[in-house]
Design a protein around this ligand. Structure first.
Ligand SMILES: [Zn+2]
Length: 426
């Protein structure tokens, strides 16, 4: 048997947090010596306040700022390549991403392929792509999140739909991590209700998954330090961030969804997203994310309420959380004390609970929240039937990067059962 891992690392972006901090982007870029900056965003945000603040702030420092507003919400290999072409042709020395996870991930990919040109699949996670390590640093990227979800401002991961596979995959390397996240609660003031709900549930799942992931010292050791993955399994430092993120989401998500005027709840959700991002950016996520990729990739007709995209999609956070209750019932026997602790952090009284109750208590705590914020009742409510389970399993199996971090090994029959258990939640 291979030697077990003996070390873990914690890498993160610098974070600057506060209402109005977006306008400091010009100062930060100037400090880094940038002269020509690509500002990457999606069409829905191109005319909005955060983008105009960014452009003004850069131009006030005498920096040449060029806008790219072609980001696709839930990006694909095609939309990544389009952004990479823009980046390659533009001759930029730095990047700013203004938007949600889709935008930040697109900016990472654009920077990567413009800085270290290669065939598209070269850097894509194996076994889908070649999983080649990024050969060196990228140009500096400052990420400015406008949803409180992905935590992408802190991670070295870029996720996209590979169209020919009909499933999500990604590029993961610490070189992709933004040098700085400007985390500004003013930028999440006008989020539609369902966007707040789904992105908040993504944060919750980041916290829960990184806290319950396979411990780092039960993974096989890498052959050399350069091959140590950025998703390393749960570890004592990522736990600190995960625990606090779980608590903050549980205490604020319902209020933030139903009352967008509540500055306090909204600010705490944004901070929770960053906390969770620092945790899972190093520990990783596991089955709820692994199973979510085909759920969002194979969508047929489901169009969520208040989503601006106009195309059928199961939002990332929704596709993750619908699988979470079944997964935690399945993984609880491997570490009942962690699953009970997670339920306790979500406000459940676990004082008289035994190890055998851990899975149900955590699953019920998740379901209790999603019922309160009008999330559909299971995979059947977003268009899937038991006939789709074979395809959903086939789309999950290649997601090694995350499924390998499940604290309990999974095989095909296990995944079938988990998808069937996720069809209806209550
Ligand atoms: Zn996520």
């Amino acid at each position: 048997m291979a030697d077990l891992e003996y070390a873990f690392t914690i890498d993160t972006s610098s974070i600057k947090y506060g209402p109005g901090v977006t306008r400091e982007v010009g100062y930060e870029m100037d400090r880094m010596g940038a002269q020509r900056v690509a500002v990457i965003t999606d069409p829905g945000l191109a005319d909005g306040e955060p983008v105009s603040v960014v452009l003004e702030s850069l131009r006030a420092e005498g920096i040449d700022a060029v806008l790219f507003d072609g980001v696709r919400v839930e990006p694909t290999d095609v939309s990544f390549k389009e952004a990479a072409r823009f980046a390659t042709d533009g001759g930029f020395d730095a990047y700013v991403a203004v938007g949600g996870g889709s935008t930040m991930d697109t900016a990472k990919a654009a920077d990567l392929y413009a800085t270290h040109p290669a065939d598209f699949l070269a850097y894509v996670n194996a076994p889908v792509g070649e999983g080649r390590p990024v050969p060196g640093p990228l140009k500096p990227l400052i990420a400015i999140p406008t949803t409180s979800g992905t935590g992408s401002e802190t991670t070295g991961v870029a996720i996209f739909d590979l169209l020919e596979l009909g499933a999500k995959t990604g590029i993961a390397h610490r070189a992709l991590r933004p040098v700085m996240g400007l985390v500004d609660p003013d930028n999440t003031r006008t989020l539609p209700k369902m966007v707040t709900a789904c992105s908040g549930l993504d944060v919750l799942s980041h916290g829960l998954e990184s806290f319950t992931a396979l411990p780092f010292d039960r993974r096989a050791a890498p052959e050399s330090p350069g091959l140590r993955p950025s998703y390393q399994g749960s570890n004592p430092i990522s736990d600190v961030w995960a625990v606090r993120a779980i608590e903050m989401v549980a205490q604020n998500i319902v209020q933030a969804v139903h009352d967008p005027e509540d500055d306090e709840a909204r600010s705490r959700m944004l901070l929770a997203a960053t906390f969770a991002g620092i945790g899972f950016g190093n520990a990783g996520v596991h089955l709820p994310h692994g199973m979510s990729y085909p759920v969002s990739g194979m969508v047929r007709e489901f169009v969520p309420e208040h989503y601006p995209s106009g195309h059928a999609l199961v939002p990332h956070g929704m596709s993750v959380i619908l699988n979470a209750p079944a997964v935690f019932r399945f993984t609880a026997p491997t570490s009942p004390e962690r699953h009970l602790e997670a339920a306790r952090l979500m406000g459940v009284d676990v004082s008289s609970a035994g190890p055998e109750d851990a899975g149900d208590l955590l699953a019920d705590a998740v379901i209790d929240i999603i019922k309160q914020i009008d999330i559909p009742n299971g995979l059947s409510a977003v268009g899937y039937t038991p006939d789709d389970v074979d395809d959903l399993v086939a789309g999950t199996l290649p997601q090694h990067r995350v499924t390998k971090l499940s604290p309990r090994p999974v095989d095909e029959p296990d995944l079938r059962r988990l998808f069937l258990d996720s069809m209806t939640l209550w």
